[in-house]
Ligand binder design. Sequence first.
Ligand SMILES: *Cc1c(COP(=O)(O)O)cnc(C)c1O
Length: 371
Amino acid sequence: MENESKTGKVQTDTFLAQIGNHQNPVTGSINTPIYFSTTYEHPTLGESTGYDYTRTKNPTREVVESALASLENGAVGLATSSGMSAVQLVFSQFSAGSQIVASRDLYGGSYRYFKELEKQGLYEFIYADSEADFEKEITAKTAAVFIETPTNPLMSEVSIEKIARFTKQYQAQLIVDNTFYTPLIQRPLDMGADIVVHSATKYLGGHNDLLAGAVIAKSQEVGEQLAYSLNTTGAVLSPFDSWLLIRGMKTLALRMQRHEENAQAVVAYLKKNSQVKEVLYPEKGGMLSFKLKNQESIKDFLRNLSLFTFAESLGGIESLITYPTTQTHADIPEKLRESYGLTPDLLRVSTGIEASEDLIADLKQAFEKLK
Ligand SMILES: *Cc1c(COP(=O)(O)O)cnc(C)c1O
């Protein structure tokens, strides 16, 4: 994959490493300066340097926003204070009474937010699993479609191209949460989506030290509306956090490669393990789930692990293991969760960048202690 950098068209790895470089002719600074200033001097009445007030535009945030737009091949990129504020920003565009079709197997926090919107009487949500489901549910009444692919935590994929065909037919907006794959594996805007959102807290930031979100619009027009709305409501990413995100993104290509190699090694190990019922992995990326044959052993299994950390979240350099039933997806009613396969025997893994031998050794000893 390629991206347009300040020095011309380059491979995406090169683009990432160079974010913010060659942008400061006055000082030659390689590292992006952090502009903490909240306000900017006007040269005279009716003139501006281009920067007036930091909520509207900030030179540090601007660097990361333009990198995000380029990476996802969109017209406009926006950096927000969290992944949820990115989702909220996108949902601020629709008029009351709009109907939204969304993936059923979804990040628990997005599901909780959609329930809130429904409770306030703002929008109506319809949930869909398969491509055939989406085809059936997307109609002239649909204002937007919100998908995660692969789904979370069941890791099943739908074709963005196919769903985009249905949304285009009815002029509905297609929004893709691309947190799990990142633009290094999947670029939804090139596949027909209109808007991409990210929890940049995960792979883009990559170090479990930053809460951030991103919204990227394919068209200038939609991007400008979203930027207007973000300036109006205010959940922008702070200058310091913008700098942390730039710093994280510089190594995204290297990290994704190792996350994926480690996930593949862990998957190969789990598939041979007789205590494992099922392994869910879409063959790409650093996220996988698995089901234990003996659901009762989950507590002990988690306690036995010493290298993997039992914690929520994903996409950082440290390997994490999550129990969606009580953590990330606790807000989805039990009956509903289990109806689509999110059963209490399931664990979700985010492989970090450690040596895969050590990760497998940790899993192995945790399983052996169960016997
Ligand atoms: C974490 C996550 C979010 C929410 O992002 P925050 O940064 O925690 O607000 C949204 N979507 C997905 C897929 C996530 O994993």
